[in-house]
Design a protein around this ligand. Structure first.
Ligand SMILES: [Zn+2]
Length: 220
């Protein structure tokens, strides 16, 4: 009986050692794959590029890059912005940090995208291929917003991409205190504002340097 028991114990020890080794190997592979602080679900393959700020992910979801806006099809630098995102992202594995509001009203995911250690949202602004586009409920105190605004300021100063376009200047531009958009003086969205509820900018760049973005209707 005693020898049986010894044999059982030895078998148990062997199997326990094997089990511990297997768990260790799996743990190491998991950390290699996704890192300590990440969830496996945070990584996606970029399967298609729709335009300068929208991509399709493995699984079929569309993702809209958070807090930026790139030129529309009929606008200058549309193709450059689309080509840039294609080069940076297509076929690659992206880590995504989702917004608190995970999807927009079109059902698209919203997030910050990181590929090969590059913060893609910021890289687009750095190259002048889009502008910062914040909403009232965007967390403007997030460090990512600061990074993106700094990149935009550098691109404006260097007149890169969309900032190289010459525009006919208005005498001034206006923005409601509660909004991240600025307007031409004649825009309906900025009409009949009460004194003290809006700010006036002498030149367009002043508003942009502060992180405001052009109204999509009056396109200042
Ligand atoms: Zn407007």
């Amino acid at each position: 009986m005693a020898s049986m028991s010894k044999l059982t114990k030895r078998r148990f020890r062997v199997w326990a050692t094997v089990a511990v080794l297997v768990v260790l190997i799996l743990a190491v592979r998991l950390v290699e794959d996704i890192g300590f602080d990440r969830k496996p679900t945070d990584r996606f393959t970029v399967t298609a590029i729709i335009d300068g700020d929208t991509m399709e992910l493995g699984g079929g979801d569309r993702l809209r890059l958070l807090s930026i806006d790139t030129p529309e099809k009929d606008e200058p630098f549309y193709q450059e912005a689309t080509d840039f995102l294609t080069e940076m992202a297509l076929g690659k594995t992206a880590r995504i940090e989702f917004a608190d509001t995970r999807r927009d009203r079109y059902g698209r995911l919203l997030g910050y995208v990181y590929i090969d250690g590059i913060f893609i949202n910021e890289a687009i602004l750095e190259n002048g291929l889009g502008n910062l586009y914040l909403f009232r409920d965007t967390d403007v105190d997030r460090p990512e917003t600061g990074c993106m605004l700094s990149a935009q300021r550098r691109a404006i100063a260097a007149r890169k991409g969309i900032w190289s376009i010459t525009r006919h200047p208005e005498e001034s531009y206006i923005a409601k205190n509660t909004s991240f958009r600025f307007h031409r003086p004649g825009c309906a969205s900025a009409a009949r504002l009460k004194k003290g509820s809006y700010r006036v900018f002498r030149i367009r760049e002043e508003a942009l340097m502060e992180g405001l973005s052009p109204c999509r209707n009056c396109k200042p």
